[in-house]
Ligand binder design. Structure first.
Ligand SMILES: Cc1cc2nc3c(=O)[nH]c(=O)nc-3n(C[C@H](O)[C@H](O)[C@H](O)COP(=O)(O)O)c2cc1C
Length: 159
């Protein structure tokens, strides 16, 4: 007996955000988002109709790490797995730390057909980690920069 398997239900109910793009990396329009799951929409605040065909650059902003994005591009073009973390921004402008794996999915003949990203908002765990770092060293530069980004957003909302 063959078991019925509904892969879309599984993808839609994954705990992690999942986003799939085409393999055209060049700006301004590529890569284009072809699919994102429910966890991804919950994390970013966007709607499905708003992002299909758009690029993941919609998540980027002033504190997004350009060096990391260059590394991402290099890893993908060399068919390697990227793993990294940077500031991204929800639809309402709120910054959050995006931690993600990104890699090509291969079709027939071994050609990359999609790029896939497994994504997670790690702001909460990083907040705890950064608080501990400040307890050890009140001048810790990484932790200071981390809280400055969050404070900047809070201050901008009060205006
Ligand atoms: C599958 C996939 C997911 C991506 N997800 C993100 C993301 O969540 N956040 C982000 O800042 N960039 C993300 N990017 C990177 C941008 O789409 C873009 O490739 C990056 O900015 C480098 O290109 P650029 O230098 O032309 O901007 C993703 C790229 C791919 C292929």
């Amino acid at each position: 007996m063959q078991l019925k398997f509904d892969w879309l239900i599984v993808l839609e109910n994954l705990r992690r955000g999942l986003m799939v793009t085409d393999v055209q990396l060049e700006a301004p329009s590529g890569p284009r988002i072809v699919y994102a799951n429910r966890a991804w929409f919950k994390m970013t605040g966007y709607d499905r109709s708003e992002v299909t065909g758009k690029t993941p650059r919609i998540l980027q902003g002033p504190h997004t790490d350009r060096k990391l994005l260059r590394r991402l591009k290099e890893e993908l073009l060399n068919r390697r797995v990227f793993h990294g973390q940077t500031w991204n921004y929800r639809k309402n402008g709120e910054p959050f730390l995006m931690n993600w794996f990104c890699y090509p999915i291969y079709g027939e003949r071994g050609k990359p057909t999609y790029y896939v990203a497994e994504q997670e908002d790690v702001t909460e765990v990083e907040t705890l980690r950064m608080r501990e770092a400040l307890l050890r060293d009140p001048g810790d530069p990484t932790a200071t920069a981390f809280f400055a980004v969050l404070a900047e957003y809070k201050a901008s909302r009060k205006k």
